[in-house]
Structures are given as C-alpha cells and as structure tokens.
Design a protein around this ligand. Structure first.
Ligand code: DHB
Ligand code: FE
Length: 282
C-alpha cells in the first residue's frame, strides 16, 4: 500500500530559483536563506520519496485568465518547466505518475472534490523552485511528481477549511493505492507577501509565526482562518498559505516537527519552511 510519510512546506519565490540558476546561493543576501534548507536536503536524501504530491499555484502560466480551475491534478507522463518570460529555468523535466494521479483523481472526485483533470501542462516557479530547494541541481529529479494546482490567483480562492479537508481525502486516496510507495505531500507558496497596490511589500512576522505554530500543533484552528484574514494580515499573495493546509490535512493529527525555518525577506516575500513527519510512518 502507498503511504504518506511526511509533509514539507516552503515558499516558492521565483527569485530563489534565479539565485540557484545563476550561482548566487553564497552571496550575502542569499546565504542565510539557503542555510535554512541544508537540513531538508540531507533529510530527503535519506527519506528517498518515490512520489511527491506537489501542491502549488500556477501563476497565469499554464492557465491564463481564460481558464482558472480551482483544483487541477496533473495526470501527464511528464511536465516541462514553463517559460515565464526569461526562458524556461534550466532544470530537469518533471516526471509524473499518471497511474497514481488517475487513482487520486478518481478517489477525490468520488469524495465530492471536483478536480479538473489536466493531461498536458507546463509547470512554473511555484513547482520548480521547491524542487530546486529540496534537491539542488541534479541532472534528473530523483522522484516522480504529481503537480496539484490550486487557484489562489483570482478570487474566489478555495477556503483553508476546504483545502484541509481535501488533504484528508488525499490521504485516504493514497492509502488505497495498491503499491508500496513512499509518498510525500508538499505545500508551497506564502508566507506573507503582497506584490501590488498600495500595500506592496507587506510582511507580517507575527501572523506568519503564529501560522507556523498553529499549522504544526493546532491544524484545526489553522484551517478555520477565513480567507479575508489571510488577505488582511498576510497580504494579497499571503492567501497562497491555504495550500499548506492540503499538506497538513494529509498528515497525522500530531506530527513530528523536524524543521521550522522563517526568513525575511526573499524578494518581496517572507519565507517559511517546515518538515513534518507522520508519527505513524514506518
Ligand atoms: C514573489 C513571490 C511569489 O510567491 C511569486 O509567485 C512571485 C513573486 C516575490 O516575492 O517576488
Ligand atoms: Fe507565488
């Protein structure tokens, strides 16, 4: 049987990808940020996930503003890094797991989560930056990846509560897949940031740190945060944090916290990162 062994949360700021691609990770601006990811690189080399279910948002890259699915599951064999205006990032293509993705789609849709099935899409920084942060710069990504895109770009976005419930249903879906697979769930985006308007540059350390604590140790109360509170406290793009709740919902009620990291800023964003293990994992 497939098992969800752990969850990872991380911001996905595109400038982090550019710093990696341009060899700037030891620059004074970037060094403290990348130091926060030393632990996870070692940890994941031992954990060796077979599949990462990677929750991210498409930033009007694969889906333009003509079509905006609320929840979209990538069922393709492979996904190419997108050209976001500067050419595609020089990172490996992403190899999917179409059989597990189709199983998850079936299970979640039967559980009343109306996913959009995507058989072809390019993946942007929301997905490729987290892969680079965890795995560095390999010739090929060391595991398969199921991209799961959540609309947090145009209102209405799904609520934190809905995302948390989806995470729980995802766990049941994975655990009913009849193959021994080590599956991780990653939630990306956040933390506080606002990229436009009079409040551009907004950072709220107090909100972010309270969110980290709640997400780890009191996830039901993190799930109850209404969208308007993310908007008010964490800025217009802070709502990306609802994606972390899918990850958290897929884990045990009580988890083993292996890493918590918070750093301000990277570009315009407060960076948060968590590594959580399921107590029930073997
Ligand atoms: C930035 C952060 C994001 O999450 C994003 O999608 C784009 C830009 C930033 O801080 O620059
Ligand atoms: Fe983003």
């Amino acid at each position: 049987m497939a098992r969800i062994t752990a969850g990872v949360a991380t911001s996905h700021v595109p400038a982090i990808g550019a710093a990696i691609d341009l060899g700037k990770t030891r620059d004074p601006y970037w060094q403290p940020l990348f130091a926060g990811y030393d632990f996870v690189k070692q940890w994941i080399a031992n954990e060796k996930p077979d599949v990462v279910f990677l929750v991210y948002n498409d930033h009007a890259t694969a889906f333009d503003l003509n079509f905006i699915p609320t929840f979209a599951i990538g069922c393709a064999e492979r996904f190419q890094p997108a050209d976001e205006g500067w050419g595609p990032r020089p990172v490996p293509e992403v190899i999917g797991h179409p059989v597990l993705a189709a199983h998850i789609a079936q299970s979640l849709i039967e559980s009343d989560f109306d996913l959009t099935i995507v058989n072809r899409m390019d993946v942007d920084h929301g997905l490729t930056v987290p892969l680079s942060l965890m795995f560095g710069q390999p010739d090929a990504w060391p595991c398969r990846v199921i991209p799961f895109a959540v609309n947090v770009v145009q209102y209405p976005a799904p609520s934190g509560k809905r995302c948390y419930a989806l995470g729980k249903a995802l766990r049941a879906a994975v655990e009913s897949f009849d193959e021994d697979l080590n599956v991780q769930v990653w939630g990306t985006g956040g933390m506080s940031h606002q990229l436009q308007g009079p409040r551009a540059g907004l950072i709220n350390k107090e909100f972010d740190n309270a969110f980290l604590e709640k997400l780890v140790n009191d996830p039901d109360s993190a799930a109850a945060i209404p969208l308007v509170e993310y908007l008010r406290e964490a800025g217009s793009e802070g709502v990306e944090l609802v994606m972390w709740l899918i990850m958290r919902g897929a884990l045990d009620a009580r988890v083993l916290e292996r890493k918590r990291f918070y750093h301000v800023p990277a570009s315009n964003t407060a960076v948060g990162h968590l590594v959580l293990e399921n107590m029930s994992a073997p």
